[in-house]
Structure formats: structure tokens, C-alpha cells
Write a new protein. Sequence first.
Length: 489
Amino acid sequence: MSETPLLDKIIKNVRVVRPHQDADELLDLGIKDGKFAQIAPNISPDKGKEVFDAQNLLGFPGVVDAHMHIGIYQPLDKDAVTETKAAAMGGVTTSLNYIRTGQYYLNKGGSYHDFFPEVLALSAGNFFVDYSYHVAPIASQHIDEIPLLFEEHGVSSFKIFMFYGGYGLHGLSEQQNLFLMINKEERYDLAHFEFIMRGLTRLMEAHPEARDTISLSLHCEVAEILSAYTKIVENDSNFSGLYAYSAARPPHSEGLAICIASYLAHETNCANINLLHLSSRKAMEAALTMQTAFPHINFRREVTIGHLLLDVNTPAASWAKVNPPIRPRADVEYLWQAVLNHQVDWIVSDHACCSAEQKRSTKDPNNIWLAKSGFGGTEYLLSGVLSEGSKRGMSYNHIAKLLSWNPSRRFGLLQKGDIDIGYDADLVLVNPNETFVVNAAESESQQGYTPFEGMELTGRVKSTFLRGNLIYNNGQVLGSPTGRYLKRC
């Protein structure tokens, strides 16, 4: 009789949190070839080549941060290293990143046939966590390239930035064709969005086996509303800071865009729609109304940790400028209620490292109109949800659903999202009782600041395992980047 082969690693004494089990359970986890191979109480230490004692810490499935931007404000290969170190610090083991042609990212237009292999080449060997990309079809030619992106590169999720056709990334702009690097006769408009949806519907019809994981994500704001309100608010001395920025990109712009996008999805039979970073009561109400109006569309609703932890009165001020804007406290509380009501499908960081030197104008640092949009925060995603969610009665398994299971299912990451036999051994160990104060200087991110500075959070990530390998432990990111590109078809 042959002996049972040794496990590569045994992680003992884990209070295992699973998305579909109400209570955590004290178990040992046996890992073989990067997968969970045995889950049981009291696995004998002599059955493993290596033993790690989790000391009764909570063990969550590795976090799937389904909305990040790597390489937007600094070169992609450099950004990947520092920002996925930050991800590992926060228990994130899978990073899903939005990318597009045009200014920022690689600063190139043209075909994804040429562009996307360059993205993959710059990514290889630079991610500390596993990764994939959502791709935005910007030019009309990109719609014809959707099958190529899916079949050759395993890209199953796509994006529309609804406001880009007539409004800038940071404010008013009349140069959007230059920004998007498309021909002057092309339009990034509602008709283009419709044709993207029709392209995705064709892809689903061609690949019925992947129908559940092919999806379209939308940043929902209406350019005309943003332009009109920005002109009004900029000339009104009663508005300043984050309050002004929220007023200039008002919540009803989100709500209107959601209604338009949802009707287009209905018209084109584009079955899987993700409504990104809903920031306000009006946006969430519109999203829920559209779900009722079009029950045959599989909507998913996303909220960011920034919109759950910050409001317009945060001391961070222009450091917290982001699209859609940080909102008043009443909107924040409404979003939390939607989370607790299971009306939110996943929570993300929308991490976009924008260095302090780039973020604010040196001459006028408090001028919200001159600040760039976006900030990092992937390292605070799990701790932030755990800290604020626990205060509000949120269960651990609900957190695991929102941060791991739900995004992994939607985006075709079928080896991720749970602690179960055969799944990738992605695990984050957390002390739910340890309180810490957010300090940007302690982060691996190159950003140099954080809008969460000084916040007291309860629930600290202690260790992160990627496919069974310890990549972060007690304040230190370990080893070299071993993240793999995840094809999703």
C-alpha cells in the first residue's frame, strides 16, 4: 500500500470564514499544489512538509478586489509592483484592473490587437497577487475586437465610461477626442454604448458556455449634467471642497445614466450589467428601480470602500477627489443600509494610485477643481468593511460574499472566492479585535498619502497567502512577485 503524499503546507488553527456558512469554524487547512486539499480539525503536523500556526485568527478567502486601476498615473510595470504589494497587505489576492486606450495607462490609441499584448508584457512578473483585466472599447474598431480579447486573452468583462464623450476625467473639457485618442469623426456616445452592448450580446450567443461570466460594467454619469452643474458651482462662492465637487457632479446625474444604460441593456438584450461605484441614494434607488423594470437583466451593484468610509466633511478634502464624488453623510448611511439589506453585490477599492505630487496643485493645493481624480485604498478594503460593517451588525460570511465569492462568480474566477477543496489556496488571516490607526507612511503604495489618514479601524490583516504561499506576514511583504495572469474563458 502506497503512503499518502505529504501536503505542501498545513495552516493550523484557523477560524475559517466561508461565504455560505453562518458561523466560523476552527479548522486546519491542508494545501497541495497551490490548492486547498484537506480541510479538517486537527490535521497531524507530520502530514505536511511545512506547518504554519494561525493562532485562532479569522481566516477569510483571499479578497477579490474587482475594481482597480494599475498604471493609470505612473508606468504600469512600476505601478504593478508597489500597488499589489499594498493589495497583499490588505488581504487582496486577486486584482481586477480596468484598462483602456487613450491618455493615461500606455498613452496609446489604436487596436487592442497591438495594445493588449503590451499590457500583458508589462504586467508579467510585476504583480504580487493574481490579476486580470476589464477592457473598455473606446474606438469603434474595438467592438470588432471583443471576440479576439475573449478568445485569445480570456477577457470576459468590458467597460463603458458614460461621461467620457463630453466631459474630462478631472473636470470640464472640450478635448475628449484627443483624450480618448480617437478620430475626430468618431463619437464616444450613447450610440457607441449601444453597439458595445450588441457586440457583447453576440459574444454571449457565440459562447453560451460563458454566458454567465461575460459582462459589461458602466461608470454611470451624464456628461451634459456634469458640464452644466460644474459651470454653476464653480461660480458660486457658497460651494467649496468636496461639497462643491459633489454638487458639480450631482447624484441625479448618476441616476439618469443608470436609467439610460439599463434601457439600452434591455433593448440590446445585453444580459449581464455591472453598475459601478454607486455613490448616492439616488444612484442606488435608480439601480433598484431598473432591476424591477427589467427583471430579465442580471444587474450587479458595486460600492467602493471610499464611498462607505468618507463623506464631504472628511479632513482629507482634495486628497479624496474621485469620480463619482464622495457624498454627504446621508448618502453614506443609505449605502450602508443597502449593504446590510443585501442590495449591494460587492465592495471594491477603485484603487488608482495618484502620487501626492500629481494629485494636488502645488500653487493652490486646496482647489478641488485643480486636483486630479482618484486615490488608492486596496490595502484598507477588508479592514474597512470589517471595522465599519461589524459595528453595524454585518456578519463575517456576508463580508466574505461581498469581498470574495460574489465578484469571483461574476467575473469567471471559478478557482477563487471560497475556502474549499480544489479552490486556489488564497487565504487572509485577520485579527478582528486589533485596532489600528491608518497611516499612509506604513503602506507599500507609492501614493504618499491616503484620504483615510487618521481613521481608527478594528480588524487587522496579519497574513496573506496566495495559492498557499505566504506573501505578507506581520507587516512585511515577502519574496518576489508571483502573481499570475488569469484567463477567464
